[in-house]
Design a protein around this ligand. Structure first.
Ligand SMILES: Nc1ncnc2c1ncn2[C@@H]1O[C@H](COP(=O)(O)OP(=O)(O)O)[C@@H](O)[C@H]1O
Ligand SMILES: [Mg+2]
Length: 199
C-alpha cells in the first residue's frame, strides 16, 4: 500500500510500509542529460548529508539510497509539521531547539539551503530537520547567514503573529563559531534583497 504525502516541484513523497520514499521525478523542461545528472546528484548528496547528521541532530534515518532510480527511503517521522502547527505549539521551546540544531549544523559547515517550517517536524518533543536536497558544505559566513535569513522570512510570511518572538529565541540559541558575524550579516542580505525588489 502506498499513500502519496506530497507531490512537490521536484519530488514525490509517499508512504510505503511505514517508510517515506522520496522519489525525484523527471522534469521535462530540463535537457535529459542535465535532468538525470541533477536528480542523481541531489539524491546522493541529500542522503549523504542526512547520514552525516544522524548522530548529532534529529534527522530521519536513511534506510536506502537508490541513485539509479532517484529514490531515498527513510524513517517516517509521524509527527507534526511545523508549517501547519507552529502557532498552536510551544513555539518558544521549538525556537530554542531550532537555534540549537542550527548551531550544530553550522559548526559542521553544513548549510541546509531551504530552511522553512515545512522542512521541520516535531516528534517526541524534538525538532527534526528534513529536506536536505539543497544542502551543501560551506564555512562561509554569508552562506550561514542566508540560512538564518530564510527561516526569518519563512516565519514572517507564514507565522507573522509569532515571527518576531520566535526568531529572537532562535538567535539567542544560535551559538556556532562566528555567530556574531553571521547574525550581523543578515541585515546586509536583507538590504540587498530590498535593493533588488526596487530596481
Ligand atoms: N521523513 C519524513 N517523515 C515524515 N514526513 C516527511 C518526511 N520526509 C518528507 N516528509 C513530508 O513530505 C514533504 C516534502 O518532503 P521534502 O523532503 O521537504 O521534499 P520537497 O523537496 O519536495 O520539499 C515534507 O514537507 C513532509 O510533509
Ligand atoms: Mg521540503
Amino acid at each position: 500500500m502506498e499513500k502519496i504525502i506530497q507531490q512537490g516541484a521536484e519530488a514525490i513523497i509517499y508512504l510505503k510500509n511505514n517508510k517515506i520514499i522520496k522519489h525525484r521525478i523527471k522534469k521535462s523542461y530540463r535537457r535529459p542529460e542535465l535532468d538525470t545528472k541533477l536528480r542523481k546528484s541531489r539524491t546522493k548528496s541529500e542522503s549523504k548529508i542526512i547520514n552525516k547528521l544522524q548522530e548529532i541532530i534529529p534527522v530521519p534515518k536513511i534506510l536506502d539510497t537508490d541513485e539509479k532510480n532517484y529514490k531515498i527511503s527513510m524513517q517516517y517521522l509521524n509527527g507534526k509539521k511545523l508549517s501547519d502547527n507552529l502557532e498552536k505549539l510551544n513555539h518558544k521551546e521549538i525556537a530554542k531547539q531550532i537555534g540549537e540544531n542550527l548551531t550544530v549544523l553550522h559548526n559542521q559547515d553544513i548549510i541546509h539551503g531551504d530552511l522553512t517550517t515545512s522542512n521541520m517536524i516535531l516528534l517526541n518533543n524534538q525538532i527534526y530537520f528534513i529536506d536536505f536536497g539543497l544542502g551543501f558544505h560551506s564555512h562561509k559566513i554569508e552562506d550561514k547567514a542566508v540560512d538564518l535569513h530564510l527561516i526569518k522570512q519563512a516565519l514572517e510570511s507564514k507565522h507573522h503573529t509569532i515571527s518576531e518572538q520566535t526568531f529572537k529565541i532562535i538567535l539567542k540559541n544560535y551559538k556556532p563559531e562566528n555567530s556574531k558575524l553571521i547574525i550581523e550579516r543578515i541585515s546586509v542580505i536583507e538590504k540587498r534583497g530590498r535593493y533588488k525588489d526596487k530596481h
